[in-house]
Design a protein around this ligand. Structure first.
Ligand code: HEM
Ligand SMILES: *[C@@H]1O[C@H](CO)[C@@H](O)[C@H](O)[C@H]1NC(C)=O
Ligand SMILES: *[C@@H]1O[C@H](CO)[C@@H](O)[C@H](O)[C@H]1NC(C)=O
Length: 475
């Protein structure tokens, strides 16, 4: 549902475009544009979006055109085509988001930009999330994971995705601010959640609507962030968290970042970090739950670490998080199966030629990550959850859960660390049972298990017998 709203809004911004950009020479990729304006949107809405893309790919191949609510688009379903757009010729394709969404996040956030400004901010974000910095976060992420799990335990049913969102938000705050005053954190949390609710709603300034509320919350967030920023400026500490990196940044001419630039990028990173990681974590628990033998292997791996750490009485170390091979493969396979970012959007900044076809200026271009991750040519038996496939590295450019090229996810190591730590604690101390037998996918707009995976969590008694099994447990 929300996925649809998402496409709808993207589409609204480009109807005008095509009319002005009719003048190009060359052959368009195969495909059908459907009826003018409505395009193939009705078809897309009436079926699973992934099936829509897959059927097209079967019919037309690696590159095809389509029309989504007035948006003439070229879809790319091969690793080479995705690489062409995201890496090799990235300068010919700019990021494109609906204005209404850009305004809620903040137009100065890095992912809306291309070129010098983007490079500068990207270095700062990447630097603050480098492996050297991340190792310092292990105890704090661990504390966040432990306290989340404690709050879930009991006879009540929790909405796993919603709870995971709280967790990924906390970790986002940690990466951005280090330790933040409780009162400020609460204000950020409350107002951000209003923004989050309005993000996928219809963009109207009518009072009382979710979009308008989100817009007002965004203004309050700007004020809160300005207060935090000025507080930090007074302290003048050379801190290594993202805010510290942004405050200390100077360009060649000695220019510093403005408060608005810093604030928009803070909201941008919180946004990029929250639903993505929460969705991945929810899928991991779903897949482990559905594959009990695999869960036992993961447990066996984590149990060894748990015992070494005096049954969880001493902290997980960075080195331990770097040596969880089975768990790591489960995470990779979950990212492939779920393909949380199913595709992304770019826009051609000029007429671009690709393999004899023309991609006209102003057209949207969509690398279809999910189709590539589910292509049997690259991933044998793609519908099967099989972490052991990652014992061999995937072919180049076939595995892009974090995107690729100049806009690839700078938070990927943090996300993986968070998932490893969470899995360690959940499998060594808890049992969980999914409520209801319904299975299916929901889009919010990222894919999540239906109803956010309602589940009950129970603390394991220490006497509970553990079954260990070897590689034969992979089925
Ligand atoms: C499992 C979790 C995550 C997944 C699957 C994910 C996926 C992605 C993908 C596919 C992109 C590229 C989008 C595009 O090319 O259009 C991206 C960009 C980005 N991600 Fe993530 N992400 C995750 C977690 C995080 C976290 C934890 C952070 C920050 C703490 C983060 C920060 C960002 C930022 C700032 C960008 C924009 C980069 C740029 O435009 O240069 N992400 N992410
Ligand atoms: C289209 O391009 C041709 C040749 O470049 C030019 O003569 C013509 O005026 C253009 N038409 C429009 C509508 O821009
Ligand atoms: C939002 O932020 C303001 C400060 O600007 C704060 O007073 C308020 O309690 C926060 N929460 C909500 C729900 O508005």
């Amino acid at each position: 549902m929300l996925m649809h709203a998402f496409l709808f809004l993207v589409a609204l911004s480009c109807y005008i475009f095509i009319k002005r950009n009719r003048n190009f020479t060359g052959k368009l990729p195969p495909g059908s544009l459907g009826w003018p304006y409505i395009g193939e949107t009705l078809q897309l809405y009436s079926q699973d979006p992934n099936l829509f893309f897959l059927n097209k790919q079967k019919r037309y191949g690696e590159i095809f055109k389509t029309h989504i609510l007035g948006c003439p688009s070229i879809m790319l379903a091969s690793p080479e085509a995705a690489r062409f757009v995201l890496v090799n010729q990235a300068h010919l394709f700019k990021p494109t988001y609906p204005k209404s969404k850009e305004n809620l996040i903040g137009p100065l956030a890095l992912f809306f930009h291309q070129g010098e400004y983007h490079t500068r901010l990207r270095k700062l974000v990447q630097g603050s999330l480098s492996l050297d910095n991340l190792r310092r976060f292990v105890p704090d992420i661990e504390a966040i994971a432990v306290s989340a799990l404690e709050s879930w335990a009991g006879s009540h049913v929790i909405n796993t995705f919603r709870e995971m969102k709280k967790l990924s938000f906390e970790v986002g705050i940690l990466a951005i601010f280090g330790h933040l005053e409780v009162n400020k954190k609460e204000q950020l949390k409350e107002n951000y959640s209003i923004l989050d609710k309005g993000y996928n709603s219809f963009p109207t300034k009518l009072p009382g609507t979710p979009y308008k509320k989100a817009f007002l919350a965004r203004k309050r967030l700007q004020e809160i962030l300005k207060e935090i920023i000025s507080g930090r400026k007074e302290k003048r500490l050379p801190e290594k968290d993202l805010l510290g990196c942004m405050l200390n940044s100077k360009d060649e001419k000695g220019g510093i970042l403005s408060d608005d630039q810093i604030a928009d990028n803070i909201i941008g990173v919180l946004f990029a970090a929250q639903d993505t990681t929460a969705s991945a974590l929810t899928w991991i628990l779903k897949y482990l739950h559905d594959h009990p033998k695999l869960l036992e292997i993961v447990k066996a791996e984590q149990q060894v670490i748990y015992e070494l750490n005096d049954k969880g009485n001493s902290h997980l170390t960075w080195a331990q998080t770097r040596n969880m091979p089975v768990t790591y493969k489960v995470i990779m396979e979950s990212l492939r199966m779920a393909s949380i970012i199913s595709f992304t959007f770019r826009e051609a900044v000029t007429d671009v030629k690709y393999k004899g076809y023309i991609i006209p200026k102003g057209w949207k271009v969509m690398p279809l990550f999910r189709n590539i991750h589910h292509n049997p040519e690259f991933f044998h038996n793609p519908q099967q959850f099989d972490p052991s496939r990652f014992e061999v590295a995937p072919k180049p450019n076939t595995f892009m859960p974090f995107g690729s090229g100049v806009h690839a996810c700078p938070g990927n190591e943090l996300a993986k660390l968070e998932m490893l730590i969470m899995v360690h604690h959940v499998v060594t101390r808890y049992r969980w049972k999914v409520e209801g037998s319904e299975s299916g996918i929901q889009y919010g707009p990222f894919p999540i298990p239906i109803h956010g995976l309602p589940a009950r969590f129970q603390k394991q008694s220490t006497q509970e017998k553990r079954i260990t099994c070897g590689a034969s447990c992979y089925t």
